[in-house]
Write a protein that binds this ligand. Structure first.
Ligand code: NAP
Length: 247
C-alpha cells in the first residue's frame, strides 16, 4: 500500500535496533537510505543489507553531539543520494542515574545527543524539504517522556523536549507540506534494553496489556506509515507504540 519510490531518507542511529529496522522498512517500500551512527563499520553493514535488495544506500558515519559532523552527514547524504525528503531522528543514548548523583557531564551528553542534535539536524534538512515542498520528519521520543521514570531525568528531559520540538516545527512548517511527528516506543527489545536487569524487564512486562515486549519492527512499521503519502494529514502528533503500557 505504501510507496516510497523516489524518496531519500536519512536515519540516525540506523546501525542497529529500531533505527536499523526503520531503515530496512523504508527501503523495502522503495526509499533510498543513508545510515548515520558513530560506528562506520556498523553503518556500512546496514547499508549493504539495503543494497542487497536493490535500493541505493549510503553509510554516513557521524556523531549527533557534534554540530560540524551533523552538517557533514547532511551534505554527504545530499551529494551521494540527493535531497533528503524523510528524516528519522532515532539516535539516542542513556546515562541513567538518580538525580542527586547525576553528573553534569551525563546531563550534558544526553541533552546534546538526544535533543540538541535533533534540533541541529532538523535545521540542516529543512531547507531541502522546503524547496521540495514535501517533507517527513519523524522523531523518536519515549513512553517515559509522558509517564516519567526513576533515574532518567536527563533522558526524560531530552525526550520531552523532543515532543515540544516536534510540535513547534510542525506548526512552523505545516504550510510547506512538511509533517513532523514523534513516535513514543514503550519497552522494545533492542541493544539499548538488552542491558537492563531482569527485574526491571519483568516489571515493564507486567505493565504491558499486550503481554510482550515490542520488537524493532513494531516501531519501524509506524515510521514507515508516517513517512508515507497516506499519513500526509498527520502532523504534530505523538504516536505511542507501547503495547498499551501507557494510555
Ligand atoms: N528500546 C526501547 O525500549 C526504547 C524505548 C523508548 C524509546 N526508544 C528510543 O528509540 C530510539 C532507538 O532506540 P534503540 O533501542 O534502537 O537504541 P540502540 O539499540 O541503543 O541504538 C542506538 C543507535 O544510535 C546510535 N547512536 C548513539 N549515540 C550516537 C551519537 N552520538 N551519534 C550518532 N549515533 C549515535 C548508535 O550507534 P553508535 O553507537 O555506533 O553511534 C545506534 O545506532 C532511541 O531514540 C531511543 O531513545 C527506545
Amino acid at each position: 500500500m505504501f510507496n516510497l519510490n523516489g524518496q531519500i531518507a536519512l536515519v540516525t542511529g540506523g546501525s542497529q535496533g529500531i533505527g536499523r529496522a526503520a531503515a530496512l522498512a523504508l527501503a523495502e517500500l522503495g526509499a533510498d537510505v543513508a545510515i548515520m551512527a558513530r560506528s562506520a563499520e556498523k553503518c556500512e553493514a546496514v547499508a549493504e543489507e539495503i543494497r542487497a535488495f536493490g535500493r541505493r544506500a549510503l553509510a554516513v558515519p557521524g556523531d549527533m553531539s557534534n554540530p560540524e559532523e551533523i552538517k557533514s552527514v547532511v551534505e554527504r547524504t545530499a551529494s551521494g543520494l540527493g535531497p533528503i525528503s524523510i528524516l528519522v531522528n532515532n539516535a539516542a543514548i542513556t546515562r541513567d542515574g538518580l538525580l542527586l548523583r547525576m553528573k553534569r557531564d551525563d546531563w550534558n551528553e544526553v541533552i546534546d545527543t538526544n535533543l540538541t542534535g535533533v534540533f541541529l539536524l532538523i535545521q540542516q534538512v529543512l531547507p531541502m524539504m522546503t524547496k521540495a515542498r514535501r517533507g517527513r520528519i519523524i522523531n523518536l521520543t519515549s513512553v517515559v517522556a509522558q509517564s516519567g521514570n526513576v533515574g532518567q531525568a536527563n533522558y526524560i528531559a531530552a525526550k520531552a523536549g523532543v515532543i515540544g520540538l516536534t510540535k513547534a516545527v510542525a506548526r512552523e512548517y505545516g504550510a510547506r507540506n512538511i509533517t513532523v511527528n514523534a513516535i513514543a516506543p514503550g519497552y522494545i527489545e533492542t541493544p539499548m534494553t538488552a542491558v537492563l536487569p531482569e527485574a526491571v524487564k519483568q516489571s515493564m512486562l507486567d505493565q504491558i496489556p499486550l503481554k510482550r515486549a515490542g520488537l524493532d519492527q513494531d516501531v519501524a512499521s509506524a515510521v514507515a506509515f508516517l513517512a508515507s503519502d497516506e499519513a500526509g494529514y498527520i502532523t504534530g502528533q505523538v504516536i505511542n507504540v507501547n503495547g498499551g503500557m501507557y494510555m
